[in-house]
Design a protein around this ligand. Structure first.
Ligand code: ADP
Length: 605
C-alpha cells in the first residue's frame, strides 16, 4: 500500500532537484508526443522519458521519505522505471539511426529482460535487499538481479552510443553530422547518469545522475523542438512531398473551406496561400459543385479535365482527382483533398495534332482536286489539240487527192487550214504561258507604264476582229491617270484577253466599251473596265470562270472557240502585279470585267 502521509516525508534539496527533473522529463516527453502527433520518433522518445520519470519521481520520494519501509517502497517502484530505460533507449536510438529492422531482435530481448527484472523487483529480498544510509540520504542495496540490471544498462547504453557513432561516421552531410553529434553528446551525458548506481553497490558517490538527465533533457529538447525533429518521419516527409509535388493540392474541410494548399496550387492559380486558405472553395470557382457533392457523398469521382484561370490572364488545363481525407484513428471523414495535375501542354499538343490532321485532310482533298484537274487538263488539251489537227489533216488529204477541185473550194479549205493552225498556235501559246507563269519561269519586266497607252495598244489589236463582227468599241479613259509599274506586254495581254472574250461572246451589232479611272488607296489603284452587251454569265459561274478550263454553261455546245485558260492567265498576271480581277454580269445583260493595278509612286500616265 502506498503511503502519502505528509508527516512521513521531508523534502531535501536533493529530493526536490530529482523531483523537478523527473517531472520536467515527463512534461517534455508528453509535449513532444502531442506536438509531433504521435509520430514514430515522438512515441519512442516519450516511452524513454516515461521510464526515466518513473525512476526519478519515485527516487525523489524515496529521498524524502522518513521511514525505511517507505524508502524501500519508493525505491522498488523507481526500479521499475530503471529496468525499462535500456529497451526504451535502444528503441529510440535504433529509430534515429534507422536501423530498426537490424536491431529488432535486440529490442525484443531487452523488453523481455526488463519484464523479468520487473518481476524480480517485486520478489522480497531478491532485487532490493535493504538500504544504505549516506550523508545525503538513503540508497537501495541491490541484490544480484539489481547488479545485472546495472550491467544491462551499461551494455545497452554503450550499444546505443556505438550505433550513433557508426551512423555519424557513415553520414556525409554536415547538417546530419551536426545533428548526430548532438544526439551523441546528449546520450553520452545521459549515460553518465548510470554512475548513480554506484551507491546501490555501497560506493558513496553523490547521486548526480539527475543532473546528467537534466542536461540530456535540455539537449534533446533543443534537438526536437528547435531542429523540428528533422529526422525523417512520415509527417515531416509528407509536408515535403506536398510542397515538392508538381501537382496542385488543395485540402478543404467538410464545409468546403480551404485549409491546406501547396506551392504548386499557388503557382497554378496565381494566388498566394494567404489568399486561398480560409476561403470557400465555391467562391474560387475552380471545382464544379457536382464534384464536391460527389466526394462528400462518399464517391471517388473519376479525374476531371477542367480549365483554371492562372491569375495572369491565361489558362491552365488540369486533370483533377478528388478524395476524402479520413482521420486515421476514428476513420471519420475530416475533409476533401483535390489534386490537380497540369495537362496544358498535353492538351495543347493534342489540339495542334487535331489541327494538323485537319490541315492534312484539307491538303489531301486539294491534292485529289489537283489530280482530277491534271486528268481533266490532259483530256481537254488532247481534245483541243486533236480537233484542229484532224481538220487540217482532213483538208490537206482532200486537197492532195483532188488536185483539180474548183479554185474557190480550194481557197476555202486553205483558209480553214490556216485558221486551225492559228488556233493551234494560240492554244500552244496559252499552255506555254500558263506553265511558265506557274513554274516561275517568266522573266517579268518592270517599267513605268501608261494606262492610256496599254488600252490603246490592246484596242487597236482587237478593232479589226470587232469590226468584222460589226461590234463597236469605244474607249473612255480619265485624264491624267497615274502611271503603273509592271510588265507592259503582260498587261496588254490581259486587256487583249478581256477584249477578245468580249468580241467572242457578244453578237453582231453589240457594243464594247473600255474605261479606266484611278481609285484612291491605299494603295492607290488604276481600275480598267471592259464592258460588253453580250450573253452575260450565270451567277454560279462568275467566280469559276477564272479557274483553269472552266467555261461557262453552253459555250462548248455553241461551238465558241476557246479552252478556258485566258482568264486564268489574266488573273495570274494581275495578281503578280499586286492587283485583282473580277467580273459583274447577269445572263442576257452583258458582262463587265474589271482589273486593278496599284499605281507606281510618282509619275502619271
Ligand atoms: P475561253 O475564252 O478560252 O473559254 P476564258 O478563260 O477567257 O476562256 O473564259 C472562260 C469562260 O468565261 C468562257 O468560256 C466564257 O464562258 C466566260 N466568259 C469570259 N468572258 C466572257 C464575256 N465577255 N461574256 C460572257 N462570258 C464570258
Amino acid at each position: 500500500m502506498l503511503i502519502f502521509d505528509p508527516f512521513h516525508y521531508s523534502f531535501t534539496p536533493l529530493s526536490l532537484a530529482v523531483l523537478t527533473v523527473g517531472a520536467g522529463m515527463l512534461l517534455l516527453g508528453t509535449a513532444v508526443l502531442l506536438r509531433e502527433r504521435l509520430s514514430g520518433i515522438a512515441v519512442r522518445y516519450w516511452l524513454l522519458t516515461v521510464a526515466i520519470s518513473i525512476w526519478l519521481l519515485n527516487y525523489s520520494l524515496a529521498y524524502a521519505a522518513l521511514r525505511d519501509d517507505l524508502v524501500l517502497q519508493w525505491f522498488r517502484l523507481g526500479s521499475v522505471g530503471v529496468v525499462f530505460i535500456p529497451p526504451g533507449l535502444l528503441a529510440l536510438v535504433a529509430y534515429v539511426v534507422q536501423q530498426e529492422r537490424e536491431t529488432r531482435l535486440y529490442v525484443r530481448a531487452a523488453v523481455a529482460l526488463s519484464l523479468l527484472f520487473t518481476a524480480a523487483v517485486f520478489v522480497p529480498g531478491l532485487f532490493l535487499t535493504g538500504l544504505y544510509r549516506y550523508s545525503w540520504g538513503p540508497a537501495a542495496r541491490y541484490g544480484w538481479p539489481g547488479m545485472l540490471v546495472i550491467a544491462f544498462l551499461y551494455v545497452v547504453g554503450t550499444l546505443a552510443l556505438v550505433l550513433i557513432l557508426r551512423e555519424y561516421r557513415r553520414s556525409t552531410h554536415p547538417v546530419n553530422r551536426r545533428r548526430l553529434a548532438w544526439v551523441m553528446s546528449a546520450f553520452g551525458i545521459g549515460h553518465l547518469a548510470s554512475l548513480d548506481f554506484a551507491v546501490n553497490l555501497g560506493i558513496p558517490l553523490y547521486p548526480v545522475g539527475f543532473a546528467a538527465v537534466a542536461v540530456y533533457m535540455a539537449s534533446s529538447f533543443l534537438l526536437m523542438v528547435r531542429d523540428r525533429l528533422v529526422f525523417l518521419t512520415p509527417e515531416v516527409a509528407m509536408k515535403e512531398v506536398l510542397e515538392t509535388m508538381q501537382s496542385a493540392a488543395i485540402i478543404t474541410d467538410l464545409e468546403g473551406r480551404v485549409r491546406v494548399v501547396n506551392h504548386s496550387a499557388e503557382e497554378m492559380l496565381g494566388l498566394r496561400k494567404a489568399d486561398l486558405v480560409g476561403r470557400d472553395l465555391a467562391s474560387l470557382a475552380i471545382i464544379p459543385q457536382e464534384v464536391q457533392a460527389a466526394v462528400l457523398a462518399g464517391d471517388r469521382p473519376a479525374p476531371r479535365e477542367l480549365v483554371w484561370p492562372d491569375g495572369r490572364g491565361g489558362r491552365t488545363v488540369v486533370s483533377v482527382a478528388a478524395s476524402f481525407v479520413t482521420d486515421e484513428r476514428s476513420g471519420m471523414p475530416v475533409g476533401v483533398v483535390y489534386v490537380a495535375h497540369n495537362i496544358t501542354r498535353r492538351v495543347e499538343a493534342e489540339e495542334r495534332l487535331m489541327r494538323f490532321a485537319g490541315e492534312l485532310q484539307a491538303a489531301n482533298r486539294q491534292l485529289e482536286g489537283l489530280d482530277r484537274m491534271k486528268s481533266d487538263f490532259v483530256s481537254v488539251v488532247s481534245h483541243e489539240l486533236r480537233t484542229p489537227i484532224t481538220a487540217i489533216k482532213a483538208f490537206v488529204d482532200i486537197l492532195r487527192m483532188k488536185p483539180d477541185m474548183p479554185a474557190d473550194r480550194k481557197m476555202m479549205m486553205l483558209r480553214t487550214v490556216s485558221e486551225e493552225s492559228d488556233r493551234l498556235g494560240r492554244l500552244i501559246n496559252d499552255l506555254l504561258d500558263l506553265s511558265r507563269i506557274e513554274s516561275g519561269a517568266v522573266a517579268w519586266r518592270e517599267e513605268t507604264l501608261s494606262t492610256a497607252d496599254i488600252i490603246r495598244a490592246a484596242v487597236e489589236g482587237i478593232t479589226p476582229l470587232a469590226a468584222n463582227k460589226g461590234i463597236e468599241v469605244t474607249t473612255a479613259v480619265a485624264d491624267a491617270l497615274p502611271g503603273l509599274r509592271g510588265d507592259r506586254d503582260r498587261i496588254v495581254q490581259v486587256m487583249t484577253n478581256l477584249l477578245s472574250n468580249a468580241v467572242k461572246f457578244t453578237p453582231a451589232g453589240g457594243r464594247i466599251s473600255v474605261a479606266a479611272h484611278a481609285e484612291p488607296g491605299p494603295p492607290e489603284q488604276v481600275v480598267v473596265a471592259v464592258a460588253d452587251t453580250g450573253r452575260g454569265i450565270p451567277p454560279k459561274d462568275l467566280q469559276r470562270i477564272f479557274d483553269k478550263f472552266h467555261r461557262s454553261g453552253d459555250v462548248d455546245s455553241d461551238m465558241i472557240e476557246g479552252i478556258g485558260l485566258g482568264l486564268n492567265i489574266s488573273r495570274q498576271i494581275v495578281e503578280h502585279h499586286g492587283g485583282r480581277i473580277w467580273a459583274d454580269s447577269a445572263p442576257g445583260q452583258g458582262s463587265t470585267f474589271r482589273f486593278s493595278i496599284p499605281v507606281s509612286a510618282g509619275g502619271t500616265g
